[in-house]
Design a protein around this ligand. Sequence first.
Ligand SMILES: Cc1cc2nc3c(=O)[nH]c(=O)nc-3n(C[C@H](O)[C@H](O)[C@H](O)COP(=O)(O)OP(=O)(O)OC[C@H]3O[C@@H](n4cnc5c(N)ncnc54)[C@H](O)[C@@H]3O)c2cc1C
Length: 406
Amino acid sequence: MDYRYTPEQEAFRQGFSSWVDKNLPEGFDPTKRRNFNTSEDLLAAYKAFQKRLYEAGYTALHYPKEYGGQGKTMVEEAIVTQTISEKCMELRQIGVITFGMAVPTIYTCGTEEQKQEYLPKIMDGTHLWCQGFSEPEAGSDIANVSTMAIKEGDHYVVNGQKVWTSMAHMADYCILLVRTDPETTKHRGLSYLLLDIKSPGVDVRPMKQMTGESEFTEVFMDNVKVPVENLVGKEGEGWMIAITTLMFERVLGDVTMATAYEKTIKNLISMAQNVKRSGRPVIENPLFRQKLAQHYIEIMVLKYHGLRNFGKTIKGGVPGPEGSIGKLLWSEPNQRITNNAIMMQGPLGQITEGSPWAIDEGAWQYGFLRSKGNTIEAGSSEIQRNIIGERVLGLPKDASRAAIKK
Ligand SMILES: Cc1cc2nc3c(=O)[nH]c(=O)nc-3n(C[C@H](O)[C@H](O)[C@H](O)COP(=O)(O)OP(=O)(O)OC[C@H]3O[C@@H](n4cnc5c(N)ncnc54)[C@H](O)[C@@H]3O)c2cc1C
């Protein structure tokens, strides 16, 4: 299969690339890790940029026009996403759950009313979404969800707690996994709701991460009323819809992450050219040169795996469990890349953002700490390997959870 763009697609790429250069927020520096000091500033910049993308016809290109899309193909959408990953990932990153999970789930499983109501307001940047699946007792074992939603007349009354909910403090809505039937077996008692996160009874508490940032939160729900028309699919179908959502989340990484990490490797090479150890540039050290080559190989594997899986998704519509391979191919190499960046810096590797001695303003130290979450978020590495074992290779089912619980 030839993965090069056709002349028309290349012209589209070039047109969009120069559009981005002209439409970035004033003073935005694509070489900096962080252009916004507060989550409020970042959210405002995200919404304004998303609105500009929408008005210029560059958002959700493969969705139909009646839902705020452009009625084009997924190839144009991939070109837009890759270009954004390369030039201004910071501006799009907070929209990853919105576009990678909420949009495809509402589009694939939602009612006509839900599509009309929610999709256009996502496309034009009005609403940001978050994902409320994980709970203190339900992470890898998501079927353990215990947040209860009891139907009372024309609404559900929701009580419970979510945890690690990324960006809930910035979001307008939440895709929420709840238990509607405590009597049936774990999977079958789950349902999938669309929650207005500003509803009375919702308490969002940001949590501090080891990077010093508060990217994720705890969400407490105390007698929160959710209209019955916000149920996605039928009551009790939440498990299958959640699996669909997670598969979209995983395939999303493949095509865009490779672009982002190609840029990271270029930055790493540039850092290795500038930083000296024992009076010589690190790039001359044979050990680090070997590692740089290995990082590049791993990112190329991710890129071509992503393209192959993307090609399959274009033909089949819904991504398959092979997305788990892509998740491992970006999360684990990113930990090796950032670890190596710190090693290259020698004693200066301990100096973080804020010090005049920090190399590249401490971006590598931040990346090193943040990368630890990569092998946990969106399903841990062990869970991805279980999925590949069972659903791709056809191995016997993982019995460890059952054994632990006995
Ligand atoms: C940065 C970040 C952002 C996140 N954002 C969100 C979000 O927006 N929304 C959301 O709902 N969740 C979010 N999460 C939560 C994430 O999905 C969970 O942390 C993850 O699914 C693991 O669940 P857990 O933390 O409960 O760990 P556990 O499930 O308790 O796992 C603990 C350890 O046991 C291993 N393990 C568990 N079961 C098995 C098994 N069967 N076989 C082998 N090993 C096993 C795991 O791999 C892990 O190493 C986020 C997490 C992080 C780190």
